[in-house]
Design a protein around this ligand. Structure first.
Ligand code: KDG
Length: 319
C-alpha cells in the first residue's frame, strides 16, 4: 500500500463543554474525535490526499468511536494497534474561562495511545516507508517514551524508504512536559525533518524567538528547508528555500480554535503533495485553519476541496 501522507500519534476522545465556564459548573459535553496527528490525517483526507493514520486505541467504546470517525473520513486505519487493558485517552475542553480563554484538560495518563511502541505497529515500516510524506508532532514526543520511540522508528523507516518529506509540528504542550526538555528533543527532530510548523508562542518559549521572522530563521538554522511560524488570526510566516511568504487569514467569528493549527498544517502538506505554489497553499491553509475555528470540534470545520473552491471564489484550487 502506498499513501500520500502517513501520520503517527495518539487519537483521543474530546469532550467539549457545551456551556462556557469552569468545568465543575458545566452540565453537558459534546463528544468528538481528536488528537493532533489524527486531525492532520482527517483534514488531509478531506482535502483529497490518500492518507493513513497510525496509532493505538483501547478495545473499548471510545476506541471504536475514533476508528469509526477516521474511516468515515476515508483515512486508512489498517495499521492501528489495540491495547486489551488500557483505555482510549480522553480530554475535556473547558470553554471561555477564565477571561474568555479555553483550555484542554487531559485524562490520558496510561492510555492505549501512550502505550504504542514500534513493536505494536507491524505495518509501521511498510506504511511509512511507502508514503510520500510522514508527519508527527511534539505531542507524541511528550506523551510517553514508548510513543516517542515509535516516532523515531517511523522517522528512520521514512528516511530509509526515501520518503520525500518528513513533516513535524512543534505543538508544545506545557501540561505534558517542560520547555527546556521540549527544546532539546525538538532540536534533535529538526536535524532530520524537512518541514516544520511552530506557533509563535511555542517559538518564543522553546527558542527565545522575538518575532515570527526570527522564529523561521531559528527553525531553518536547525535543519528544515521549509519552516512555518503560525500566529492564529494574525496569519503565518513561511520560509522556503530563499523565499519568504506571509498570509493573512479571513477574520471569522471564533467558536473553537482547537485543531486549527492541525488543519493549517494538513493544507500545506496537501499543497506540497499536489505541487502547488507556496503562495497558493499558504493562502489555502489560512482559509482552512480559519474555517476550523468557526465550528466546535478539531476537524469538523475542515472544508472538502470542492467546498474550498467555492469559499475561495472559483478557479484557483487546481485538481
Ligand atoms: O491540536 C489539537 C490537539 O491539541 C488536541 O486534539 C489534543 O492532541 C491533543 C493534545 O495532546 O493536545
Amino acid at each position: 500500500m502506498s499513501f500520500d501522507l502517513v501520520t503517527l500519534g495518539e487519537a483521543l476522545v474530546q469532550l467539549n463543554a457545551q456551556q462556557t465556564g469552569p468545568l465543575r459548573h458545566v452540565h453537558s459535553f459534546e463528544k468528538h474525535a481528536a488528537g493532533s496527528e489524527f486531525n492532520v490525517a482527517v483534514a488531509a483526507a478531506r482535502l483529497g490526499l490518500n492518507t493513513a493514520w497510525l496509532g493505538k486505541v483501547g478495545r473499548d467504546e471510545f476506541g471504536k468511536f475514533v476508528l469509526a470517525c477516521a474511516r468515515a473520513e476515508g483515512v486508512d486505519t489498517s495499521a492501528v494497534a489495540y491495547d486489551d487493558d488500557a483505555p482510549t485517552g480522553l480530554f475535556l475542553v473547558q470553554r471561555g474561562y477564565p477571561l474568555g480563554r479555553s483550555s484542554s484538560i487531559y485524562y490520558r495518563r496510561g492510555s492505549a495511545g501512550s502505550k504504542m511502541s514500534p513493536s505494536d505497529l507491524l505495518l509501521l515500516a511498510e506504511h511509512v516507508s511507502n508514503a510520500r510524506i510522514f508527519h508527527f508532532s511534539g505531542v507524541s514526543l511528550a506523551v510517553s517514551s514508548e510513543l516517542k520511540e515509535a516516532c523515531w522508528a517511523a522517522v528512520h523507516a521514512a528516511r530509509a524508504g526515501g520518503v520525500a518529506k518528513i513533516s513535524f509540528d512543534v505543538n508544545f504542550r506545557h501540561k505534558l512536559w517542560d520547555a527546556k526538555l521540549a527544546a532539546a528533543e525538538v532540536t534533535e527532530v529538526l536535524k532530520i525533518a524537512d518541514l516544520v510548523f511552530c506557533g509563535l508562542h511555542d517559538a518564543q518559549l522553546l527558542f527565545d524567538a522575538r518575532s515570527a521572522k526570527e522564529g523561521v530563521e531559528i527553525l531553518r538554522s536547525l535543519g528544515p528547508e521549509h519552516a512555518v511560524v503560525t500566529m492564529g488570526p494574525e496569519g503565518a510566516l513561511m520560509s522556503v528555500g530563499e523565499a519568504e511568504f506571509s498570509s493573512s487569514p479571513p477574520q471569522v467569528p471564533v467558536v473553537d480554535s482547537t485543531g486549527a493549527g492541525d488543519a493549517f498544517a494538513a493544507a500545506v502538506l496537501v499543497g506540497l503533495a499536489n505541487g502547488w505554489s507556496p503562495e497558493k497553499y499558504l493562502a489555502l491553509a489560512s482559509i482552512v485553519g480559519a474555517s476550523v475555528c468557526t465550528v466546535v470540534g478539531d476537524y469538523e470545520g475542515v472544508p472538502y476541496l470542492s467546498e474550498l473552491e467555492d469559499i475561495a471564489g472559483g478557479t484557483w484550487v487546481a485538481r
